[in-house]
Structures are given as structure tokens and as C-alpha cells.
Write a protein that binds this ligand. Sequence first.
Ligand SMILES: [Zn+2]
Length: 139
Amino acid sequence: MAKLITRDEWRVVVTGTIDLSLPIGPRLQVRVKDAVIPPQRLGDFGWVSMSDRLASSDIEGDYRRRCEEIIQALRAQHPGVTATVEFDATETCSHCGLGWDEWTTESAERWPDEDYVVGEPLCCDEAQGEWRAARAGVA
Ligand SMILES: [Zn+2]
């Protein structure tokens, strides 16, 4: 596979009303919109901190689970909120390590004389070769 998708900057995004009232006292509610709750870093154990890579063999899966735990805890305490897991996805090429770039329909309209095919990778010969071979059914 030439196209690698890396997901990082995991977070929970919360919208809704959070009730902060104590059992005795005035009613305290805070409305939040797109409030961001970052999960605790995988390698952060409080008393010791290490890299995520050392702490986990499935970094993306562990962050997703951590975010889902935050959502469950939130929903249990604050039924009036909606919360979703978000992340930044980065596409890179497994051959050259550069950001993934491919010929799109927009590129084809802009440079009609080029003979690339839509979907064809542009970063390096290896990715291109692999893509062409897969397309020809050889891979
Ligand atoms: Zn490449």
C-alpha cells in the first residue's frame, strides 16, 4: 500500500449544556459549542511519562478508545450534550514519505495536455509504478 493514513490530534468535541449545579445552591449551567477535550496522552502515566510508541502497540486504536471513554463518561453525567471523536488525518506515501498527492479531476481540467490518469499518485516513481501495476491487475 502506497497511501498511508495517519490519524493524530485525537480529541472529543462537545456541544450542549453542562449542568454544574451543586446539590445545594443556585442552578449553574454552561453552554458549550465545539469545546475540545484532549485525551490524556497514552505515554502519560502521571508518575512517569514516555513516548506513545513505547506505551502502546496500537496508538490510533488506543486514542480512539480513550476518546470513546470520555464520551461515555460525559453522556452519563450530562445527557444534554453531544460529543464526537475527531482527529486530523494525514495522507503520506509509504515509499517516499512525502505528503500524498494525486492527479484529480480538477488537475485534469486545469492541465488537459498532461496524460496522467485521475487518481494517479504524483509524489514518486515507486508509488506511480505500484498504482499502475494495481490498475493493470498485475499487483
Ligand atoms: Zn511517494
